[in-house]
Design a protein around this ligand. Structure first.
Ligand SMILES: [Zn+2]
Length: 290
C-alpha cells in the first residue's frame, strides 16, 4: 500500500475524508479504520538479568483461536490515550541514550503505567490471529497455560510512543498557520508539514473493499501506534480540532472536545475553572453594558 500516493491525491483534489483513485473519482470512505483489540492476561516484566526489559502476557484462546475484539477507530480515543500516557511519563526516559541502554532502572511507576495502558487498550503490536494456538496444563504450576504468550521490548514501546507524540506535535504546530495571511510563517509550515508527511509513510495497514449498499473501504491496522498515527492523518485531512489539550495550567490533559468549543477537560477541577472564567467574563460583559 502506497500511503504517500494517497496524501498527494488528497492534496491535489482537496477532498476531505475521501480517498480517490488515480483518476480522481471513485470516492471511498477513508475513515473506516478498525483494529483488533487483544487483551493479554497477567502482564509481567522480564527478569532483570537480561539487557532489555520485556513486557508480556497470555492471550485468551477459544477454539484454538485468540480472542480479539474488532474496534472501529474513528474517534481519536487511542491517540488521546497515548498522548496522555506520554505526558504522564518522565521526559528523560524518552532520551535516545536512555532508551538504548535501557535495562532495569526504568522505574516501577513507569512500567505500571505502560501495563495499565496495555490492559485498557490492548496488546500494542501485531499478533497473527489466524493461527491456531495450543492450550495445556503447565507441568510446573498445574495451571492452564498456552503457547499464545506475547511480549514486546519496553524500549520499542517508548520509541513508538515518542513517534506518535512527535507526529501529533508537528501537526499541532502547523495546523493553525494560514499560509495566505501568515506569510512569514509559511516557510515554517512547509518544513513542518514535510517532516509530518514522513511519519505518514511509516503507517502500515491492510485494506479490504466491502460491497454492500455502497462500496466501502475498510482498513485494518495491527499496531496500535499506527492506529494513533492514522487518527492524526484523519485530523490532518479534515483540518479538525478534535483533539485538544486542557487549558487549565498544570493539567494539560488531552481530550476530545464535546461540544467542539470546550477548552477544559472533564476533570471536575478544570470544569470548575472553566465555569468560573465564564462567570467572570459574563459579569464583566454586563458591567460594560451598564
Ligand atoms: Zn484538565
Amino acid at each position: 500500500m502506497n500511503n504517500e500516493k494517497i496524501v498527494k491525491v488528497r492534496e491535489k483534489t482537496n477532498k476531505r475524508n475521501v480517498i480517490t483513485n488515480d483518476n480522481g473519482n471513485l470516492p471511498l470512505l477513508a475513515d473506516i479504520v478498525s483494529y483488533p483489540k487483544i487483551e493479554l492476561q497477567d502482564y509481567e516484566m522480564s527478569t532483570e538479568t537480561v539487557l532489555e526489559i520485556y513486557l508480556g502476557g497470555y492471550a485468551t484462546i477459544k477454539n484454538k483461536k485468540i480472542i480479539a475484539e474488532e474496534i472501529m477507530a474513528k474517534e481519536p480515543l487511542l491517540l488521546v490515550s497515548l498522548l496522555n500516557l506520554y505526558e504522564s511519563l518522565p521526559e528523560d526516559i524518552f532520551i535516545n541514550s536512555y532508551i538504548k541502554y535501557l535495562h532495569s532502572p526504568l522505574d516501577e511507576d513507569c512500567i505500571e503505567k505502560i501495563i495499565a495502558w496495555c490492559e485498557k487498550f490492548g496488546y500494542p503490536y501485531e499478533i497473527d490471529t489466524s493461527k491456531e494456538y495450543k492450550q495445556y496444563i503447565s507441568p510446573l504450576f498445574g495451571t492452564m497455560s498456552s503457547d499464545a504468550f506475547f511480549w514486546f521490548p519496553v524500549a520499542k514501546f517508548l520509541v513508538d510512543l515518542r513517534d506518535v507524540y512527535k507526529m501529533y506535535s508537528l501537526y499541532d504546530s502547523f495546523k493553525d498557520i494560514d499560509e495566505e495571511t501568515d506569510t512569514d510563517k509559511k516557510a515554517i509550515k512547509i518544513k513542518k508539514k514535510d517532516e509530518f508527511i514522513k511519519f505518514i509513510s511509516t503507517i502500515t495497514f491492510t485494506e479490504k473493499i466491502e460491497i454492500g449498499d455502497s462500496v466501502k473501504l475498510n482498513r485494518k491496522i495491527s499496531s496500535l501506534f499506527d492506529v494513533a498515527k492514522y487518527q492524526i492523518v484523519l485530523l490532518y485531512v479534515s483540518g479538525s480540532n478534535d483533539v485538544r489539550q486542557c487549558r487549565n495550567i498544570g493539567c494539560n490533559t488531552y481530550f476530545i472536545p464535546k461540544p467542539r468549543n470546550v477548552r477544559y477537560c472533564s476533570n471536575p477541577k478544570c470544569y470548575k475553572q472553566a465555569r468560573l472564567r465564564k462567570e467572570t467574563y459574563s459579569h464583566k460583559k454586563t458591567k460594560t453594558v451598564d
